[in-house]
Structure formats: structure tokens, C-alpha cells
Design a protein around this ligand. Structure first.
Ligand SMILES: Nc1nc2c(c(=O)[nH]1)N[C@H]1C(S)=C(S)[C@@H](COP(=O)(O)OP(=O)(O)OC[C@H]3O[C@@H](n4cnc5c(=O)[nH]c(N)nc54)[C@H](O)[C@@H]3O)O[C@H]1N2
Ligand SMILES: Nc1nc2c(c(=O)[nH]1)N[C@H]1C(S)=C(S)[C@@H](COP(=O)(O)OP(=O)(O)OC[C@H]3O[C@@H](n4cnc5c(=O)[nH]c(N)nc54)[C@H](O)[C@@H]3O)O[C@H]1N2
Ligand code: SF4
Ligand SMILES: [Mo]
Length: 719
């Protein structure tokens, strides 16, 4: 092709930061492949990378603001849209008070350099305390544990997967998710390499996942009982004499409360937790022995342990297990990344429970209330009730528990605005939707995920395509709104906003790089290295990584010990006949928003109810048959996929589906609608210690839909 050009950048869809090579002709994308010269990902990509093209070209993607009118959606100009949004916000706040305006920040914000560096301007100009984000249905426990122990919510150590000899994965499925709080492209290869060097990969999961399939060993665990397994493991570590003394354990030596950990789990023998967890005492003891005897080892837990009733205590125990066995800050253990732009040095340490939500009295974290509190704040009358709402890059109707309730709550608001590409299940309630540019039209440096990378790297990619005249970046929208809403901002803030407006967020990036730990790494240098720069394997960072003033690790034992009462109650009241619902991810999906790419959704429906043959038989359910799944909050009808991948008594439905709601405008997604698992998950089922949602381990009942009824319904829906 005459005008063919090649552009290198980083895929922003998930946390793995894969390098991509995009061939284009200046206007159209010709191909997207893995960039073999990217030192971090070395050519690896997953099937989603090519969806960047689909997203860019998607005719359903909004290119201009739209306003909801009596005659449907109408395109309006940017100045008019921004003025109307500012006026709508001001009118809500004037009538009902500053906090009557809520804001939700969704996951894609953290994948977007411009948003990450400018969202503070939007937040400060709104002056509302009613903030929510996807964090509280995700990694909140990691932040709280690291804030307590290391002194900053973002000082999160990650598995040194490239060098470990033993990896214990609890409730993570990196072969589908490509890793989380562990930025590590090509986990399949990394785990294969680990095994090839005589190492061991052990997976604990209620489902025999793609990761479990290639692991050395997999154990089913009853959902939301990980806390018991972890307590028993900690107990066994001391019982078998594996706890490393402070003389031979750098991290323990920095933790004044370490002696108290010896008795923390004393009431939890392997025998006492075996029947509830489903893992025998013999196996628990062997797991501990092998973990402790391995030359290097790391215990890692993700969504499956974080987003359940004991998420925070479980993540604490994971950290403590790594510490007492001498695995923290050691090669092949859990290590601190050293990113070129270190957000730890550019943000506050975080706090838990400074305030509590009005209705459900749940603690805030770093100024955000838990998402499970959001719908009640809109529905329950009284001073402080939410009357207006800004949804920034989120789809909480599909992604948060009891989505149906939130759906209703949003429909009652006085004013709502969404910053989104699409008319989604959530943004369809907005008065105005402000669409940002596509990921290929923005400059990118991963300010977030370099902080969780398993190897230190730095890479900057300028926008591939210039944005069109009628388009705006997320950061421009943030600044435009701030300008309108915050006319009395301090002079210094105004100057920063003005400079950002002129030079773009890359100017802030350059400052961050220059303040960072690597001499000579700046924007100019990154511009000269389009594949990225290798900054070497993870290094020992203790004690300098610690942000507490005393440079010590604060184990905060009292706080976590208090939660053991809840664990005792759970054990005493345990009902093992209850069917429990868990989630799942698929490599061709990304939360709720890549289902409008034909190549990602084609083929057999993936939105199915997985269940074990035994469970299916007990409930009289056949493979492929429709099943009514009900929980405390609602029910859905979904096709059964009978498979021994699932533990008996457990069922699994992926999240992010349910595009059949009226008013959604994503044709391909609508044609592959599925149902939303979050119409079953319960906004009152939470981790009480952190306020985090619990979407794993939701009690449900199943009812086979008689085949005749099913046929009738299908016939009607086709009529
Ligand atoms: N049951 C259950 N629920 C879950 C989970 C689960 O495992 N099970 N996982 C949870 C997790 S981990 C997460 S992170 C959340 C995600 O929850 P959310 O962040 O609420 O939802 P997303 O599905 O990521 O939707 C993101 C929206 O942002 C838009 N968007 C994408 N990129 C951009 C951008 O650059 N700018 C703007 N302005 N908009 C953009 C998309 O079109 C989409 O509508 O879901 C959670 N929900
Ligand atoms: N393809 C794809 N990639 C993604 C995403 C996506 O939607 N699709 N989302 C991205 C986001 S926002 C995130 S946060 C990450 C998440 O990354 P991961 O945490 O790796 O994601 P999941 O696949 O949800 O893995 C959770 C695992 O926990 C298991 N599990 C469920 N309940 C329990 C339990 O009680 N105990 C134990 N031990 N295990 C349990 C599930 O069976 C599942 O295998 O993925 C990111 N990457
Ligand atoms: S794993 Fe896939 S979606 Fe994630 S960054 Fe790599 S190519 Fe993109
Ligand atoms: Mo997430």
C-alpha cells in the first residue's frame, strides 16, 4: 500500500500493557499486531487488541455530544453541551446542596492518561462529597491493606512471576483476565516458564479455570471461604515451624507487631476448616509445607478473594503469609515495582472511614463511598439525597450489585450526564452524553499500571490519529467543566489548568517523569524509544518503599483481629447446602463494554450459567436448558452450561452482559444481549470491614424453566 505507515503504542484495554504495532494509511487502520520489539510484552497480544480498531470505527460510537429530548436523542455542539451540563449541575447543587450531586468514576479512567492526570480538576470543581468509583467492587482491599502496612494505598507489591519457583494463585484467572494488580503480559508463557524451571503453580478456585488447566495443581474451594483457608495456612506456618524469624526476614524485622501474628490464627486448624472450604487438612498442610520449602514463593489473590464477604481480611492474610514466610521484597516473592512516574509520591496515602454514607452508613475510602451505597443515596429521601449524577467512564447498571435497583434510581434523577462513547445501560439515563475521543486518538503513558508491573519499564505513545475538529479528549472535557464550575479556583490551580489546556497532559507526564526515580528518563527520551525502555527486573525496595514516617511496616493487628468475630459467626452458621454464585471472565470480553465488536462476540453465547453435572441433576436441569436463577434481589433466565469445571454446589455467570435493556444503542451488543449477573448480586452482601461489594459467593436458587414454557416464550419473542 502506497501510504502505509507503522505506529507503535500500548494497548489500553486491560492491565497487561501489551505493545502493539498498528499499520495504517493515515486515516484507516490496516492491521493491529503484537510489537515484537516491545521489551515488556515481546510481541504478545490477546484477541481484544484488534477490537481497538472496531471501537475506533464503530458506527455506534458517539462523535459528538447528544441530548435526550422528548423526540429522542439529538446531537448538539460542544459549547452548548458543556454549558448545559454546567448549568444542570449548578442547578441541582443550588436547589439541594453540593452533596446532592454524585459522581461515579468507572474503570477505564485508570487506563486513560489524560483522565488520570486531570480528573482532580473535575472533582475539585464539583465540590461534592458524594463520590463513588469501581474501586469498591474491585481492588479496594489491596489499597486498604497496603495503606495500613506500608503507609500508602498505592504502594502495592506484585508477584515476581518471572523469577518465582512457586506461585499460589487464589481467586485469580490471569489466563482470561491477563492479570490484575500484576501487570504481566502473556501469563500463559510466564506460567509455562515457571513450570519448566521446575517451579510449581497452584490454583485455588471454585472453577477449574483456564489458569488451573495449565497449573501444576488445582484445588476447588467453596466460594467466600478463603479466609478460613488462609487462617489455617497461617496457623500451619507457625505449627510446622516455617515462620522466619526477624534475624532472617527483612520484612518481619521492620514490623514491630510481628510477634502478635504467631497467635493470630491459633483457633483455625487445618482440620477445623476442611469441611467448609472443601480442601482436606492433609492438602492444606502439604500446601503450606511446599510453599515454605520452595526456594522462592509468592501467594497472590485477586477478584475471587477481594470481592467477597471477607475480602479485606483475606487480602491482609495473604500479605501476612508472604511476610512471615520471608517472601516480601525478595526475588521470586512479592516485590514493589519502581515505576518511572510514581503515583505514590504524587498523591495522599489514603484513609478508611473518615465519613460514612448517609443511608447505609458504610465507610468511605479516600473520599469514595462504596458503590453498593449509591442507589440508596438516590432513592431514600432526606437531606443529602442525590438528585444529580455524573457518570464518568462507567456502566454501574451492569457492573454493580443490584443493577436493576440502580437502573430505577437513575431514572428518577433531576439531572444526569455521562462521559461515554456509547448509549449504554447506564448512560441512556443521562440528559446529556459527552463522548471522548477513541483510544487511538490520545497520547498514552500508563501512569497506573506501570505501578503494578512485574518488570520495570517506561513507554510513551503519541496519539496515532489526530482528533477531529468536533471531538474532545476526556481531559479537555474535565478542564472545560472545571472552567465553568470553578470560576473562583486559586490562582495556582488556574495556571495549572491553563498550562494543561495548552500543552496537554503530556506536559504533566514529563514533570512526573523528571521527578521520578530514573535519571535521564523524560518525555524526550521516551519519544525516541517508541517500543519502550527496559528499566530492569524488580529490585529490593525495603525499607525505602515504606511511606510511614517511622519507616516501618504497621501490621495493624487489632483492626484485623476484630474481624475474626465475623469469621466465627460465619463458621457457626455455615449452610453447605446453599448454592453459591460466582463470576467469570473471558479473554474476548472486557467488563461491559467490548460487546459491540463483532469479532469478539461471534460464535456460541458466553453468557451462560455454568454448573456441575451433579448440581444440575439435583435441580433437574439439562445442558442448554433455560434456568431461572433467583437471589434475594432478583432473578434472571439464562441457559445452563453443564460442566465439571465448576465445583458442585457452585454456579457461575459472567458479568457485563444484559444489553437487552430498552434504549441501549449498540447494535451488535444488543444482538448478543445476555443477562446481567448484577441483577442477582446483592447490594446488602458486602465485606463489612471495607464496604467492598461481594459479588462472589451470592446465595441463589435455581429452577429449571419447563421446556414447553421456554419454547412458547421464544416463539412469542420472535413474533
Ligand atoms: N458481578 C460482577 N460484577 C463486576 C465484576 C465482577 O467480576 N463480577 N467486576 C468488577 C470490576 S473488577 C470492575 S473494574 C467493574 C467495571 O465497572 P465499570 O467501570 O462501571 O464498567 P465498564 O464495564 O468498565 O464500563 C466502562 C464504560 O466506560 C466507557 N469507556 C471506555 N473507555 C472510556 C474512556 O476512555 N473514556 C470514557 N469517558 N468512557 C470510556 C465504556 O463505553 C463503558 O460504557 O465491574 C465490576 N463488576
Ligand atoms: N478478558 C478480560 N480481561 C479482563 C477483564 C475482563 O472483563 N475481561 N477485566 C479486567 C478487570 S477490571 C479486572 S479487575 C481483572 C480481574 O482479574 P482476575 O481477578 O484474574 O479475574 P477473574 O477472571 O474474575 O478471576 C477471579 C477468579 O476467582 C474465582 N473465584 C470466584 N469466587 C471465588 C472465591 O470465593 N474464592 C476463590 N479462591 N476464587 C473465587 C473465579 O472463578 C475466577 O476464576 O481482569 C481485567 N482483565
Ligand atoms: S492482554 Fe489483550 S487487552 Fe490486555 S493489553 Fe494485552 S492486547 Fe490489550
Ligand atoms: Mo476491575
Amino acid at each position: 500500500m502506497a501510504n502505509e505507515q507503522t505506529h507503535f503504542r500500548t494497548c489500553t484495554l486491560c492491565e497487561a500493557m501489551c505493545g502493539i504495532e498498528v499499520k495504517h494509511d493515515g486515516e484507516n487502520i490496516l492491521s493491529i499486531k503484537g510489537d515484537k520489539n516491545d521489551p515488556f510484552s515481546q510481541g504478545y497480544i490477546c484477541p481484544k487488541a484488534t477490537a481497538l480498531q472496531d471501537l475506533h470505527e464503530d458506527p455506534d460510537r458517539l462523535r459528538q455530544p447528544i441530548e435526550r429530548t422528548a423526540d429522542g436523542w439529538k446531537e448538539i455542539s460542544w459549547p452548548e453541551a458543556l454549558d448545559k451540563v454546567a448549568a444542570g449541575i449548578q442547578s441541582v447543587q443550588k436547589l439541594y446542596g453540593q452533596n446532592a450531586l454524585g459522581i461515579y468514576l468507572g474503570n477505564p479512567n485508570v487506563h486513560n492518561m489524560g483522565s488520570m492526570l486531570t480528573v482532580k480538576h473535575l472533582l475539585t470543581s464539583l465540590k461534592t462529597r458524594s463520590r463513588f468509583s469501581a474501586t469498591s467492587i474491585d481492588q479496594l482491599p489491596h489499597h486498604v491493606v497496603c495503606m495500613h502496612l506500608f503507609g500508602h494505598m498505592l504502594r502495592i507489591p506484585v508477584p515476581d512471576v518471572n523469577r518465582t519457583q512457586y506461585m499460589l494463585i487464589i481467586g485469580g484467572n490471569p489466563l482470561a483476565s491477563n492479570g490484575s494488580i500484576m501487570t504481566a503480559p502473556n501469563m500463559r508463557q510466564k506460567l509455562k516458564d515457571l513450570k519448566a524451571r521446575d517451579g510449581k503453580v497452584v490454583v485455588i478456585d471454585p472453577r477449574r479455570t483456564e489458569t488451573a488447566e495449565i497449573a501444576s495443581e488445582h484445588h476447588f474451594i467453596r466460594p467466600a471461604t478463603d479466609v478460613l483457608l488462609l487462617l489455617a495456612m497461617l496457623n500451619e506456618i507457625y505449627a510446622q515451624g516455617f515462620a522466619k524469624t526477624t534475624a532472617e526476614n527483612k520484612a518481619a524485622a521492620l514490623a514491630p507487631e510481628i510477634e502478635r501474628i504467631a497467635t493470630f490464627a491459633k483457633d483455625y486448624s487445618a482440620e477445623s476448616v476442611a469441611s467448609i472450604t472443601g480442601i482436606t487438612a492433609v492438602e492444606i498442610k502439604r500446601l503450606v509445607k511446599e510453599f515454605c520449602e520452595a526456594e522462592s514463593a509468592v501467594c497472590y489473590g485477586r477478584m475471587g478473594v477481594s470481592v467477597q464477604e471477607f475480602g479485606l481480611l483475606s487480602q491482609y492474610l495473604i500479605m501476612v503469609i508472604n511476610i512471615v514466610t520471608g517472601r516480601l521484597d525478595e526475588v521470586g516473592g512479592l516485590m514493589f515495582p519502581n515505576p518511572a512516574v510514581d503515583l505514590v509520591n504524587n498523591s495522599g496515602p489514603g484513609y478508611l472511614g473518615k465519613r460514612h454514607s448517609r443511608v447505609s452508613k458504610l465507610p468511605d475510602f479516600n473520599g469514595d463511598y462504596p458503590v453498593v451505597a449509591m442507589a440508596d443515596e438516590m432513592l431514600v429521601e432526606g437531606e443529602g439525597q442525590l438528585k444529580g449524577f455524573i457518570n464518568v467512564a462507567g456502566n454501574p447498571v451492569l457492573s454493580t450489585p443490584n443493577g436493576e435497583k440502580l437502573d430505577k434510581a437513575l431514572s428518577q434523577l433531576d439531572f444526569m450526564v455521562s462521559l461515554d462513547y456509547f448509549v449504554t445501560e447506564t448512560s441512556r439515563h443521562a440528559n446529556i452524553i459527552l463522548p471522548p475521543v477513541s483510544p487511538l486518538e490520545r497520547d498514552h503513558y500508563d501512569v497506573t499500571f506501570n505501578g503494578f508491573a512485574v518488570h520495570n519499564v517506561a513507554k510513551y505513545s503519541p496519539a496515532l490519529f489526530a482528533k477531529k475538529a468536533n471531538e474532545k479528549h476526556d481531559w479537555e472535557i474535565n478542564l472545560e467543566l472545571a472552567k465553568r464550575l470553578d470560576k473562583n479556583a486559586p490562582f495556582a490551580t488556574k495556571v495549572e489548568r491553563w498550562l494543561t489546556k495548552i500543552f496537554g497532559p503530556k506536559f504533566l507526564l514529563d514533570q512526573g517523569l523528571k521527578r521520578g526515580p530514573y535519571e535521564g528518563i523524560n518525555l524526550k527520551k521516551l519519544n525516541k524509544n517508541p517500543h519502550g525502555i527496559d528499566l530492569g527486573p524488580l529490585q529490593s525496595m525495603l525499607p525505602k518503599a515504606l511511606k510511614h514516617k517511622d519507616k516501618q511496616i504497621h501490621l495493624n493487628v487489632d483492626f484485623y483481629q476484630a474481624d475474626l468475630d465475623r469469621v466465627k459467626d460465619m463458621m457457626q452458621q455455615y449452610d453447605d447446602s446453599q448454592i453459591l454464585l460466582i463470576g467469570r471472565r473471558h479473554v474476548r470480553s472486557n467488563n461491559s463494554w467490548l460487546h459491540n465488536s463483532h469479532r469478539l462476540v461471534k460464535g456460541k453465547s458466553r453468557c451462560t450459567l455454568m454448573l456441575h453435572p451433579e448440581t444440575a441433576k439435583q435441580q433437574g436441569i439439562e445442558d442448554g436448558q433455560n434456568v431461572k436463577v433467583s437471589s434475594r434481589v432478583g432473578s434472571v433466565i439464562i441457559a445452563a452450561e453443564v460442566t465439571d469445571e465448576l465445583m458442585p454446589g457452585v454456579v457461575s455467570i459472567p458479568h457485563g452482559w444484559g444489553h437487552g435493556r430498552k434504549g441501549v444503542k449498540q447494535k451488535i451488543a444488543q444482538a448478543h444481549a445476555g443477562v446481567s449477573v448484577n441483577d442477582l448480586t446483592d447490594d446488602t452482601l458486602i465485606d463489612q470491614l471495607s464496604g467492598n461489594a461481594a459479588v462472589n459467593g451470592v446465595p441463589v436458587s435455581l429452577e429449571a424453566v419447563p421446556l414447553e414454557v421456554h419454547k412458547l416464550e421464544t416463539a412469542e419473542s420472535q413474533a
